[in-house]
Design a protein around this ligand. Structure first.
Ligand code: ATP
Ligand code: MG
Length: 560
């Protein structure tokens, strides 16, 4: 397993339950599972569940975590999603070993358990229409009423169920339901569905089934078959727990796992429901599931997030039963902390303007020493070429600048990082009055950016040599939405608050030549700009594209 995932996670109420179960010898081995439905790509919310479940497996002696695809709904599920989910879990640094399962592996067993329920007169085939089933269910204030088919004989139910299975009925014609209590205050217990008819082939089982089990039945039984000890799920399943326990109480399963609920992760300025993510992808509001602005793990990977940063974030937010919305800045701070340590520095000019050093010999070039990391000497030095014509950022020059502007304005001396002190002398403007060139003179006695006479300059700016620089496209990302809680907008309206500036593409950025050599995985800090990496989809050796992973500071904190 990935070494950096081995720090034990902080404790939480679930780990306290597990500790007690080990102390009381209730369990010899802890078994958890991560049970995604393969109907979309994983997002940062799933990472919370992955870190929780796989983290327990890492930290407790001989504990294991299963990866189980909850594939009971062939209409919405695809192998593409299965492959992407596996890739994401591995990328996060976790390993299910040989514990890879599918709910569809248990279709036959699930069916036998359903027959056992029928034989105990705990399940029946209902033939009401979908509309009637809804009417008969009642609501929060009114009890439901029994279906006229509720008292079918066991023999009749077994016969109908068998025929449902072999495809003799149309979809919606019949339904297998648990026989619990139509007046139960908890609506989940009002004879919930167990199997419905679906004439649809399944990616794993082909067309051998014409009925598919419902989540509430399939999930608890699959957990029990696998010997899961603690079945961890999000709070919306709290009201389903009595049903989870009811099924397992009726059936002779090898185990009775304990369901424990915790709160979902919500992040501000984004959406995480799969329905909305599907809508954004299919409606081409974003470029795909791996769009770097999405909270999907594939998008975050492409953006340049590190698995370590995501794990750190999940450990910081903790696991509780309190619902809340976590600020994006918490995630970005975990990211900055990791990138600050691992990312070598480089010089890159995003909005270039020429700086011409008039007293530097025309044909001269020299190599200066660039420090790759201020706090990590092991990263060493690199050669940074210097010449007469450079690029600097357009906004590092200002006409009639105030005293506190420590960058270029006529007469002001500025340090060029790793290079020389340069004093701005004048600028050249085009006919519209826009500055096209900044001119200055350098002091040859300040090589390396230090002066012999000890005179100080306040400002240090980055630059690149014009003839050595490589041109690249740089994509600057911002929040995908302009409001903190887009999901709270009226249904369908959340897209109105998409941020039109969530990506800004700069085409003519001038990069230090060494950046052309970076690998696709390499994250780099462009000094004064932020952390960047190549876009794994669009960047080509002779057409570089860099993504800004995150800025150096949180610019949203100021706005708020
Ligand atoms: P949907 O949006 O369709 O309800 P889901 O996001 O719950 O789907 P699943 O594939 O059922 O997707 O999720 C797999 C596991 O990840 C479940 O155990 C679920 O509770 C957990 N999970 C999903 N979203 C979050 C979240 N935001 N925070 C924490 N855990 C989550
Ligand atoms: Mg779900």
């Amino acid at each position: 397993m990935n070494e950096s995932t081995q720090d034990p996670s902080p404790s939480n109420f679930i780990r306290h339950i597990i500790d007690a179960d080990i102390a009381s010898a209730k369990h010899q081995q802890i078994v958890t599972r991560f049970p995604p439905e393969p109907n979309g790509y994983l997002h940062i919310g799933h990472a919370k569940s992955i870190c929780l479940n796989f983290g327990i497996a890492q930290d407790y002696p001989n504990a294991v975590c299963h990866l189980r695809f909850d594939d009971t709904n062939p209409g919405k599920e695809k192998t593409e999603y299965i492959d992407a989910i596996k890739q994401d879990v591995q990328w996060l640094g976790f390993d299910w070993g040989d514990k890879l399962h599918h709910t569809s592996d248990y279709f036959e067993q699930l069916y036998q358990y359903a027959i056992a329920l029928v034989k105990q007169d705990k399940a029946y085939v209902d033939s009401l229409s979908a509309d009637d089933i809804r009417l008969y269910r009642g609501n929060l204030t009114e009890p439901g009423k029994d279906s006229p088919f509720r008292n079918r004989s066991v023999e009749e139910n077994l016969d109908l169920l068998e025929k449902m299975k072999t495809g003799e009925f149309a979809e919606g014609e019949h339904l297998l339901r648990a026989k619990i209590d139509m007046a139960a205050p908890n609506i989940n217990l009002r004879d919930p569905a167990i199997y419905r008819i679906k004439h649809m082939a399944h990616p794993m089982t082909g067309d051998s089934w014409h009925i598919y089990p419902m989540y509430d039945f399939a999930h608890c039984v699959s957990d029990a078959i696998e010997g899961i000890t603690h079945s961890l799920c999000t709070l919306e399943f709290e009201d389903h727990r009595p049903l989870y326990d009811w099924f397992l109480d009726q059936l002779q399963t090898p185990a009775h796992p304990q369901q424990i609920e915790f709160s979902r992760l919500n992040l501000d300025y984004t959406v995480m429901s799969k329905r909305k993510l599907h809508e954004l992808v299919e409606g081409a509001y974003v470029s795909g599931w791996n769009d770097p602005r999405l909270p999907t793990l594939s998008g975050m990977r492409r953006r340049g997030y590190t698995p370590a940063a995501i794990r750190d974030f999940c450990s910081r937010i903790g696991v509780t039963k309190k619902d809340n919305i976590v600020e994006m800045s918490v995630l970005e701070n975990s990211l900055r902390e990791d990138l600050n340590v691992i990312a070598p520095r480089a010089l890159a000019v995003l909005d270039p303007i020429k700086l011409i050093i008039d007293n530097y010999p025309d044909e001269q070039e020299e190599m200066l020493s660039g420090i790759n990391h201020p706090n990590d000497q092991a990263m060493g030095l690199r050669d940074v070429p210097f010449a007469k014509e450079l690029y600097i950022e357009r906004d590092d020059y200002m006409e009639d600048a105030p005293k506190k502007f420590f960058r270029f304005t006529e007469g002001r001396e500025v340090r060029l990082r790793f290079a020389y002190y340069v004093t701005c002398t004048h600028v050249v403007k085009d006919t519209n009055g826009n500055v096209t060139e900044v001119h200055g003179t350098y002091d040859p006695d300040t090589r390396g950016g230090k002066s012999e006479d000890g005179r100080k300059v306040k400002g240090t700016i980055h630059w690149v040599s014009a003839k050595h620089a490589v041109t690249a496209e740089v994509r600057l990302y911002d929040r995908l939405f302009t409001i903190a809680d887009p999901a709270a907008a009226k249904e369908g309206d959340y897209k109105d608050s998409l941020n039109p500036d969530s990506v800004v593409t700069l085409k003519n950025c001038q990069l230090e030549a060494s950046l052309a050599q970076t690998s696709l995985e390499q994250r780099v800090q462009f000094e004064r700009q932020g952390y960047f990496c190549q876009d794994s989809v669009d960047s080509k050796p002779n057409a570089l594209v860099f993504n800004r992973i995150v800025s150096l500071r949180d610019s949203w904190a100021k706005k708020g």
